[in-house]
Design a protein around this ligand. Sequence first.
Ligand SMILES: Cc1cc2nc3c(=O)[nH]c(=O)nc-3n(C[C@H](O)[C@H](O)[C@H](O)COP(=O)(O)OP(=O)(O)OC[C@H]3O[C@@H](n4cnc5c(N)ncnc54)[C@H](O)[C@@H]3O)c2cc1C
Length: 450
Amino acid sequence: MQHRVVVVGAGFGGLEVVKGLAGAAVSVTFIDRRNHHLFQPLLYQVATASLATSEIAWPIRSLVWNRPDVTTILASVTGVDAERRHVLLEGGETVPYDSLVLATGARHAYFGHDEWEPFALGLKTLEDATTIRRRILVAFERAERETDTEKQAALLTFVIVGAGPTGVEMAGTIAELARDTLPRDFRNIDTGKARVVLIEAGPRVLGGFPDDLSEYALRSLRKLGIEVELGRAVSDCNADSVTYGDTRLATKTIIWAAGVRASPAAEWLGAPADRAGRLQVMPDLTVPGHAEIFAVGDMVTVNGPDGRPAPGIAPAAKQQGQHVASSIKARLRGDAGPRPFHYRHQGSLAQIGKRRAVIDFGWIKLKGALAWWLWGIAHIYFLIGSRARLSVAINWLWIHARNQRGARLITQGEAQIDASGVAAVDELATADALRRPPAADAMHAPPTPQ
Ligand SMILES: Cc1cc2nc3c(=O)[nH]c(=O)nc-3n(C[C@H](O)[C@H](O)[C@H](O)COP(=O)(O)OP(=O)(O)OC[C@H]3O[C@@H](n4cnc5c(N)ncnc54)[C@H](O)[C@@H]3O)c2cc1C
């Protein structure tokens, strides 16, 4: 019988494992609870009506159709029986393995305040992105019909919590949506007067970037009219407001880009984890005490030779996936020694609106329009397939030249249309909370900032 490899999670890490095993004498079972692989770095563009969902996600089956050695299963994994070497699926089914690779990623987290989730929307899945898009667009629709000026102001106030790359990119794009794309669509409101407020508990935006790029990003955000509040932690989020420091700001739209929490795979195995629930793997990416189980990507923490952990970003997950695939192949050749993983940092990128970006390659730092073009080329390069690349490139050129964002669609909201024909944002918050699947990977360890 062929060596059976089970890969759980078809994100950046898992997909790279499966790609790396092409041609090896193994049979692969590829399990994910969603039927698509998602390019998360551009999720905020779906949330802000710049791109359509199908431009940043691909059916997993379509990615492995030409791999007879790969069987794809759409199912949620609920645990691992490491003794019997079985993966447990929701519903009671089990899948046997000889080698197991866990790559189940992470989700946003609320610093112990999960009750904020219905009001402060996180961004991790396509559903999260279309929910945010709906909330933003409905807020403008309601503001157009609102006669009470205070309520109208709250509807036209958009708050983003967390000024890492996702928060900065989201704030910049909402500001441009309001100032450049929407004004001509509305008659009673000036969408250009919408407030976009970016709140960060730390002392600067893009905290992971060098000081000068972070300063440049701050200036660029302010030029876009974004109000940046630094050094003030959020202490409450509800349907009507957000509180940070001693300020209570009335708003109907809060977007959460502040913390992450690993999927619960460490709990499945009773393995050591850090404060954010990330499984502490061995230097060769195996789970302590289980040489046949590997774990990669956002759900793990592993220190490099310099003692610094690999970051929770796509290139780290991909490099780890490649490493695991080559380790499995080496073992099959009889080379069973542990092979330590070394992360190679290729650079950090963030876009600030449609004409500016910052890039830190380590050996060179770039900012402004040139950085924006490089940012765009890099992201298009990493998309899958010519259709998505072409479609995204055309969309971006269209936005660049004409300020038009074609994906301004309010979906999933029919059930919440009120008598006047307009969905109520606070009702949407409750409805979103009800519709949201239970956080299967929720853990109670405090998260760490993204
Ligand atoms: C909004 C956002 C923006 C980002 N921007 C960037 C960026 O600009 N650059 C960058 O490098 N990184 C970025 N990242 C981070 C990057 O996306 C992650 O580091 C990367 O996706 C991690 O890959 P992964 O394989 O570990 O997990 P993921 O890509 O998250 O994949 C995990 C997979 O596991 C599946 N899964 C989870 N639990 C189960 C289960 N129980 N059963 C079955 N399947 C399961 C999920 O459905 C998913 O398909 C961003 C992340 C987000 C959320």
